[in-house]
Design a protein around this ligand. Structure first.
Ligand code: G3P
Length: 216
């Protein structure tokens, strides 16, 4: 699978929806599983035109007296399919990661938990998330791919995650910039990639995505 995190790179609804349409078209022509994570303000519009929309973060709170929170029920209501949790740019304690992932699963939503290192991957694998993305924070946004800079982190984390729970889909991210980075990640045992800057900054996002998809 390919997970595209738009972060807050794009501030207009039109541009966010342009990326949604690009992902949707590439899915249609390839059958590839592509998940797109827009900023929370655009989730509803995005989910109305593409079925594989994840939030970039959500909260464990039940609907009620919680200012500014985004509970899983709210995501479910607007047909969002899941959420990233514990991204290194939106770090949570392990206790909270467990609470939110439990709440996502109780709401029949998928969880994609980010782990910065092997130790964290080991800890979050016990929460039985749908996906774990191993992402060394120091490589994020650098254009230097985790698959080239830290190949052993991918092999070891995939091994460790599958040892704990073979149902978890193990992917990797940080600095993934081209199809060679993706090919290397897959060769190392990763089942997909999570990326942001190379996609949003690409001159031709559709062509870029088609190239990544061709590796699978
Ligand atoms: O969530 C994806 C991410 O943190 C990787 O970012 O820009 O290195 O692809 P980037």
């Amino acid at each position: 699978m390919i997970v595209l995190n738009l972060k807050t790179y794009e501030r207009s609804l039109d541009k966010a929806l342009y990326f949604v349409d690009v992902a949707s078209e590439v899915v249609e022509e390839s059958g590839m599983r592509i998940v797109l994570c827009p900023p929370s303000i655009y989730l509803k519009d995005a989910a109305e035109r593409f079925s594989e929309i994840f939030a970039q973060h959500c909260d464990a709170s039940l609907p009620g007296q919680h200012t500014g929170d985004l509970p899983p029920e709210a995501l479910k209501k607007i047909k969002v399919k899941g959420s990233i949790l514990n991204h290194s740019e939106k770090k949570l304690s392990l206790e909270v990661v467990k609470q939110v992932s439990d709440r996502l699963h109780a709401t029949a939503l998928e969880s994609l938990i980010c782990a910065a290192n092997l130790q964290e991957a080991d800890a979050v694998a016990h929460f039985a998330p749908t996906y774990i993305a191993i992402e060394p924070p120091e490589l994020i946004g650098t254009g230097v791919s985790v698959s080239n800079a830290k190949p052993e982190l991918i092999t070891e984390s995939v091994k460790q995650i599958k040892h704990i729970n073979e149902k978890i889909v193990a992917i990797c991210g940080a600095g993934v910039s081209n199809k060679e980075d993706v090919r290397k990640a897959l060769e190392l045992g990763s089942e997909g990639v999570l990326l942001a800057s190379a996609f949003v900054n690409s001159e031709d996002p559709k062509k870029f995505l088609q190239e990544l998809v061709s590796v699978f």
